[in-house]
Write a protein that binds this ligand. Structure first.
Ligand code: F3S
Length: 279
């Protein structure tokens, strides 16, 4: 039995950076640190960090003064920084630099009188964060058709940004439609290529192997997307850890491909690979 690993699998640059920063901070402190929202969508990783002293809360109000809070890679709105400062809470900012860039665009253009349009999911923490840098006043759209329902003013100034994980085809089609409707609009392509690269690697590897194993949280949407891509090509098993692997099923295949969602830590991927190689 041979194992092949996708070229791009597991943590992206921004998540790896954030997780390393959080771990480093936890090692420095005796009393632990708070995280505003789950650090990552991976049960095993969160519980490893909680054992080291991470305390997850949903509201800044749940954090006492003089404590420290980790801002996740998704980022947050400007008000969280202001409120933290006012409450004497120390901010450990692990926001991905690519997301930070969107925050500065939203702030800069909103200050110059542009109306910000965001392509993304209005309930996603990244989009909520972006909206928090332009007075919570952004127009948020998820599909091309939604443009028809918008009350746009052709004489106003607009600036378009996107959630980092959206599809480039969707972005391009929205740019085309808005260019026809508006006279003064600035387009900022803020898509991050990490998601696309991971999907491309999974697809390419699926063509070379007899089955795929996709490692990632059951509730992780990017992991599910990888599962769907692989399943369209070869038999695919979705697991959170090595314990969910079925040895008898795997023995039916000669070459096994492995990939992992963006929130799957390296140590879980390594455990799966070691387990398959030991069969
Ligand atoms: Fe950052 Fe891209 Fe990952 S925006 S958090 S590197 S998907």
């Amino acid at each position: 039995m041979k194992v092949k690993i996708a070229n791009n699998a597991g943590f992206c640059f921004g998540v790896k950076r954030a997780m390393n920063m959080a771990w480093h901070e936890l090692e420095e402190r005796e009393n632990g640190i708070y995280a505003l929202g789950p650090l990552i969508h991976n049960k095993q990783a969160v519980s490893k960090y909680e054992d080291r002293g991470l305390k997850t809360v949903n509201e800044l109000n749940d954090i006492p003064s003089n404590e420290s809070v980790i801002i996740r890679s998704h980022g947050v709105g400007e008000d969280i920084y202001i409120q933290s400062k006012n409450k004497g809470i120390n901010v450990i900012d692990t926001t991905c630099p690519f997301v930070k860039k969107i925050h500065s665009i939203a702030k800069e253009y909103s200050a110059k009188g542009y109306k910000i349009i965001v392509i993304g999911d209005k309930d996603h923490p990244e989009v909520i964060g972006i909206n928090g840098w332009c007075n919570e006043d952004a127009i948020i759209i998820k599909t091309l058709d939604e443009i028809d329902q918008l009350n746009l003013d052709a004489n106003e100034k607009y600036c378009l940004v996107s959630q980092t994980t959206i599809n480039l085809d969707l972005y391009n089609s929205i740019v085309e439609k808005l260019s026809e409707r508006l006279n003064d609009i600035v387009f900022k392509n803020t898509i991050c290529s990490a998601t696309k690269e991971r999907q491309f690697s999974a697809k390419e590897l699926s063509k070379e192997v007899d089955c795929m194993i996709v490692i990632g949280g059951k509730h992780s949407s990017n992991t599910q997307k990888l599962v769907n891509i692989c399943r369209g090509i070869v038999p695919t098993f979705a697991v959170e850890t090595k314990d969910e692997l079925d040895i008898n099923e795997l023995k039916k295949f000669n070459i096994i491909g492995v990939t992992a969602g963006a929130s799957t830590p390296d140590w879980i991927i390594t455990e799966v690979i070691n387990f398959i190689e030991s069969i």
